[in-house]
Ligand binder design. Sequence first.
Ligand code: MN3
Length: 192
Amino acid sequence: MFELPKLNYDYDALEPFVDAKTMEIHYSKHHQAYVTNFNAVLEKYPTLQEMAAEDIIKNLNTLEVSEEDRKKIRNHGGGHINHTMFWELMGPTKKVNESLVGEIKTEFGSLESFKETFGKAAVGQFGSGWGWLVYDENKKLKIYSTANQDSPLTLGHTPLICLDVWEHAYYLKYQNRRADYVDAWWNVLNLL
Ligand code: MN3
């Protein structure tokens, strides 16, 4: 059984950039629902229950499951691992990853130009999804967005930074202003 991971900060710790009510609902309702539904679909697959959630999503396309269940695993398993990573990347205090910052500057010219490109990908994702910084299969840094709960792991990529741009992540505070949420979010990303 997968469980909701512990949140290492209080719901109001990311104020005013991410509001406490959004954090509470996002973590305790949305993420919990992904966990509950992921466990439900795995009930008939005991071997998958023994695997790490990340490995299940990495191997999504070759799992021996029905196509209907593959879709549920993609959505709910993806939802679980994506949110688990998202909570860990945020926090009230910076824990800057200097080596990643260095790689980003080398690849994108500056942190500002990285943020601009990443922000465009995240804001430009049509409908629900995520913005990503990943290592691709050649360990090259790449920025893109995915729809719904699709994970870069399924593409053989290694996610480094993720940003949830589903409306549930920002609507209470920012309504339709996704770009304002993305701009504010850099303040609570602890890696950069
Ligand atoms: Mn979400």
